[in-house]
Design a protein around this ligand. Structure first.
Ligand code: NAD
Length: 247
């Protein structure tokens, strides 16, 4: 499905990003595995991709830092010759009620989760325009639509990602570049592992399908959006959340 395509996945050393990187590789894409801190984990993903018969490299870059992002995109194109797919997955949480949320907590989450998407999308645009082909998928969140007490920074960033997705979709459409988002519900990863059993029980009550999702559920949606099957879709947000948000 993705033979001959090159994908850059941010925050791909674990969790949802790792599942996306592996799924795109399974479909034949070569993958640049971006990581922020844990090189060993990123190299493990690279090894898994090579074992699948595709090719990959690990690239360290902080998505909040435009210079590092530009270097990462250059390194990807130098290594593989093109760049057709960008998945903006990197994200962090720094939760707290508004009265207690420190300015630092606000800035860190906005810089990684929203400015990071801007930085990476901007950095790939020239190459994708030249190719007259590109697929950008941004990982938002169900809470970007519903809101969530204690996550003002995270929710603002994830809602921002949906607006950014629509705007980039409009700006880049005439160059055959599509930009879509996936809004996961509650997915079992390191990010949600810290939630108490009580909170998880509460959450389950809000999920019509009555279970948490898996990283692979998100990877399937991304696989679809970057495939030719989604060529006529842009500016959309796919909700992969067990039915929490119904349009
Ligand atoms: P995770 O914490 O397991 O993975 C996030 C990854 O992003 C990590 O590998 C981390 O190192 C990387 N990262 C963080 N800051 C970075 C930076 N500045 N530059 C580069 N990489 C950076 O979390 P996850 O659950 O796999 O989440 C992946 C994405 O899905 C995030 O954007 C998250 O907000 C979103 N999401 C997750 C859930 C969920 O329930 N797990 C729900 C909705 C949305």
């Amino acid at each position: 499905m993705l033979k001959g395509k090159v994908a850059l996945v941010t925050g791909a050393s674990r969790g949802i990003g790792k599942a996306i990187a592996l799924e795109l590789a399974r479909q034949g894409a070569k993958v640049a595995v971006n990581f922020a801190g844990n090189q060993q984990k990123a190299e493990e993903v690279v090894a898994e991709i090579k074992a699948l018969g595709s090719d990959a490299i690990a690239i360290k870059a902080d998505v909040a830092n435009a210079d590092e992002v530009n270097m990462m995109v250059k390194e990807t194109i130098d290594a593989f010759g093109s760049l057709e797919i960008l998945v903006n997955n990197a994200g962090i949480t720094r939760d707290g009620l508004i009265m207690r949320m420190k300015e630092d907590d606000w800035d860190a989450v906005i810089n990684t989760n929203l400015k990071g998407v801007f930085n990476c999308s901007k950095a790939v645009t020239r190459q994708m325009m030249k190719q007259r082909f590109g697929k950008i998928v941004n990982i938002s969140s169900v809470v970007g639509v519903l809101g969530n007490a204690g996550q003002a920074n995270y929710v603002a960033a994830k809602a921002g990602v949906i607006g950014l997705t629509k705007t980039l979709a409009r700006e880049l459409a005439n160059r055959n570049i599509t930009v879509n988002a996936v809004a996961p519900g509650f997915i079992e990863t390191d990010m949600t592992e810290e939630l108490s059993t009580e909170i998880k029980q509460e959450l389950l009550k809000q999920i019509p399908l009555a279970k948490l999702g898996s990283a692979e559920d998100i990877a399937s949606a991304v696989r679809f959006l970057v495939s030719d099957e989604a060529n006529y879709m842009t500016g959309q947000t796919l909700h992969v959340d067990g039915g929490m948000v119904m349009n």
